[in-house]
Structures are given as C-alpha cells and as structure tokens.
Design a protein around this ligand. Structure first.
Ligand code: EPU
Length: 358
C-alpha cells in the first residue's frame, strides 16, 4: 500500500480550553434531548477535552456513582428525575489522518455534530457518508447504535473507534470487526454497555464514490430532476429533502427520530402474514425479513393519533413527537400502547430504538 501522501489538517483536536470540568447539580436536560423533555438530573458534567475524560474516569473509579453517557440526545427519552450523573461528551475536532490514491481516513471527535460532519465530508468530495446526511446526533453516538439510512449504515464507513475503559482508564482503539455492528446495534449496546466512553471515530472515505441510490426513492427523485450522473452532493441534497418531508425538524418539533426498530421476522412468519396482508411492506434481511414498523403502526390506526401530549407523526408513523411539554412517562405510555396494538394484531414485538433513561 502506498504511504500517505500528505497530512491534511482540518480542525485541531487540541484547541485551548480554559474551562474547568465542573460537576453541576440539578441540571435541566431540556436542551440536551431532541424530544425536548424537561427532566432534571442529579449531577451533570460536560467533557470538552481528553483531559476532562481522564479526570472524570478517575473520579468515577472512586465514586462508582450511577451515570449515563450523553451524546446529542437524539435517541433518548428522559424520565422526570434522573438519579444519575449525566456525562455529556463534547470533544471537538476533525482531521484527515491518512490518504492514499483512492481513500482518505478522517478522524472526528465524539462531540462533533453528525450532520455537520457529513456535510463537511460531502463538501470535500469524500464519499461514503452522503446517504447519512441530516441525521441528528453526534459522531460518538453513531457507532453505538450503528446509525443508518437510505441503504447505508455507519459500519460501512467506520474504520476504528477510540474509547477509554472506565474501570481501568485504558485507551483502546477498536477495529470495525471488534465493534460487532448489527442493525442499530454494536458492542457498545451489549458487552461494553456503560463501560467505555467513545472519544473519536475514524472513517474510511473514498475519492471514487460508488453511489447507493436504490433505496427510499433517491434514484426516482434524481431522474425527475434530470440528473443522469449524480455526485455525492446531489445524493446528499436529495436525502436532506426526503428526510425533511418525512421527519420532524428537531429544532421545531421534539422527537427521537424513528422510535422503534423495524422488526425482523422469520421467513415462515412472513409467508403467513403475507397471506392476510397483501400490501405488507417488508424487505429481505439476511435469512429473514425486515418489516416496516411504520406500516405496522399505521395498520393499527395510530398514524396521526395522540395520547396525552405525545403524537404519532402524520407523515411517518414510526416517529413519536412532543405536542408540547410532554413527559417521558407520557412517551412511554404511548409507546406501550402502540407495542400492545402491534402485538395483538400481528403477533410481532416492536422494540424501541430510543432508550428510556430513568
Ligand atoms: N411506511 C408506512 N407508513 C408509515 C411509514 C412507513 O406504510 O407511516 C412504509 C412505507 O411503505 C415506506 C416504508 O414503510 O416506504 C419504509 O419507510 P421509510 O423509508 O420512511 O423507512 P423506515 O424503515 O420507516 C428507516 C430508518 C430511518 C431511516 C429510513 C430511511 C429504522 C428504525 N429507521 O425507517 O432512520 O431514515 O429508514 O432509510 O431503521 C432513525 O433511525 O431515526 C431514522 C429516521
């Protein structure tokens, strides 16, 4: 393999930061979760640089207090009083660490805003992330739940994940295989849950992009626009627009994006369901079938309905949203009611993608 030609500097990881890491008491989490739930936590601490991470880890090894690691708060539902320390990871920095003829390896700190980072890569014509445009959240959260959209998942571009083990204070760099990625899943949701803090992720991007256009209406939109040879900027723009039409803008309407995972069912069960529901929306997935949870919820009559101050989004039934000042408890009640309906009608268990934090 050719040695790197150059070292591109994008934005320094080590920018000076005079703030001390401060442990605050009784902090409102309203601005730290995209659902806009006004919960409070016992303690709150923000980690802005690596030094803070190491300091907090050392403190934690002494105190053993319960904690929750927070990224962009786009996938969480807080209950009213969190008797935990909420640890907000705000490390910033983007740099190109390696380059060869076909690829560039970009390292981004965990606190970088995912959608800004994707836009930045698209502007630089580094391909691979364009289908993941406009997803809320931070870079550090992307490997945890292996974010995905329009036929691409974070695992397709992640090379390594740098993290610190809380119990030992040791830094590790996990390879893609070691992260054990699955559909909205990784080792960070399983064996490593609550045991590591992710500090940075390195992505392998390509200078000769292979576009993934087959999913979710991207190619038909490009055709309608008369674009025969799309660039990654075209794809990113189309994905932005598709998402804007289906999903609420978290800056205006509180939500956690897709609330449930698309359930995966066996071939046999799929065949039985298809006999009853000819318009069943399903996609082959490994040896099984992935069913569109939005379709299941819509069939149960929930689309556009409300319970308390939480609604089922009229444009996409997979999204639950805040009608104004809702509580985590209300979200849970609606989620439970939907799960119950889907279980009764289809005998399928819907699993939340969003995480309830108590
Ligand atoms: N559908 C309905 N009714 C609905 C919603 C969907 O019938 O109310 C059916 C439609 O036939 C639609 C199909 O379901 O064509 C699939 O819908 P969509 O393309 O919106 O995708 P999704 O499976 O509902 C997944 C991801 C989204 C991602 C989109 C696009 C999950 C849990 N969600 O949704 O991710 O943006 O695909 O690739 O896998 C997120 O995780 O927060 C998220 C938004």
């Amino acid at each position: 393999m050719q040695s790197p030609k150059m070292f591109i500097f994008c934005r320094n990881f080590d920018f000076p930061n005079d703030d001390f890491m401060i442990l605050q008491q009784s902090v409102s989490l309203k601005s730290y979760n995209t659902f806009g739930i006004d919960a409070t936590c016992r303690y709150f601490v923000e980690l802005k640089q690596r030094d803070d991470v190491e300091k907090w880890v050392a403190m934690q090894q002494q105190s053993h207090d319960p904690f929750f690691i927070l990224g962009g708060g786009s996938n969480v539902v807080f209950q009213q009083c969190i008797e935990k320390t909420v640890v907000k990871v705000s490390l910033r920095g983007i740099e190109a660490v390696k380059e060869d003829e076909g690829n560039v390896w970009i390292k981004a700190a965990a606190g970088e805003i995912w959608s800004d980072f994707v836009d930045y890569c698209v502007e630089n014509r580094w391909g691979g992330m364009e289908n993941l445009s406009n997803i809320p959240g931070t870079v550090g959260a992307a490997p945890v739940q292996n974010v995905g959209a329009y036929g691409v998942e974070a695992k397709d571009v992640i090379e390594t994940v740098e993290c610190i083990e809380i119990a030992t204070g040791q830094w590790k760099r996990l390879t893609n295989a070691e992260c054990q990625f699955g559909y909205r899943d990784s080792i960070f949701k399983q064996a490593f849950k609550n045991q590591y803090i992710i500090a940075a992720v390195t992505f392998r991007l390509t200078k000769n992009p292979k576009l993934q256009l087959s999913y979710g209406g991207i190619s038909s939109r490009l055709e309608r626009e008369g674009i025969e040879q799309p660039t990654i900027a075209d794809v990113s723009r189309v994905v932005h627009s598709l998402r804007v039409n289906k999903l609420p803008d978290p800056a205006i309407i509180g939500s956690a994006g897709s609330f449930f995972k698309n359930p995966i069912i066996s071939h046999d069960k799929y065949a039985v369901l298809l006999q009853h529901y000819r318009d069943l929306v399903a996609f082959p997935f490994e040896e099984s079938f992935k069913i569109a949870a939005g379709w299941l919820i819509e069939q149960c009559g929930w689309k556009g309905r409300q319970l308390g101050r939480v609604g089922v989004y009229p444009q996409q039934a997979l999204v639950l949203y805040n009608l104004g000042d809702c509580t985590g408890e209300e979200v849970k009640q609606l989620a439970n009611a939907i799960q119950q309906s889907v279980k009764e009608k289809f005998d399928i268990d819907l699993e939340p993608e969003a995480i309830f934090i108590e």
